[in-house]
Write a protein that binds this ligand. Structure first.
Ligand SMILES: [Zn+2]
Length: 92
């Protein structure tokens, strides 16, 4: 028994902000509704999803890198206001 055989089948996703892999439960699913990036807190909205750490830093990174355009395969600018409101602010 090496101890490595029982790898947990825990689904992992890559954060579109910082590009680090995390368990699905640690990431916020984001779906595209028209041209709006909408947080899918319950994971029930249909459509292609992007995954993101629910932090202002990762939202910011994703927006700057146009990661949502890439994830959703759309060319235009996207409205991320709802998403930015959904993540807790890092208040000092
Ligand atoms: Zn991240």
């Amino acid at each position: 028994m090496s101890g490595r055989t029982r790898a947990r089948a825990r689904p992992e996703r890559t954060c579109v902000g910082c590009r680090e892999r995390s368990g699905k439960g640690d990431l916020l699913r984001v779906v595209l509704i028209e041209d709006r990036c909408v947080p899918d807190h319950r994971g029930t909205l249909p459509g292609r999803g992007a995954y993101l750490h629910p932090t202002p830093t990762c939202v910011d990174l994703a927006v700057r890198r146009r990661a949502f355009q890439r994830a959703f395969r759309v060319p235009g600018p996207l409205d991320t206001a709802e998403l930015q409101q959904a993540v807790p602010r890092a208040t000092p």
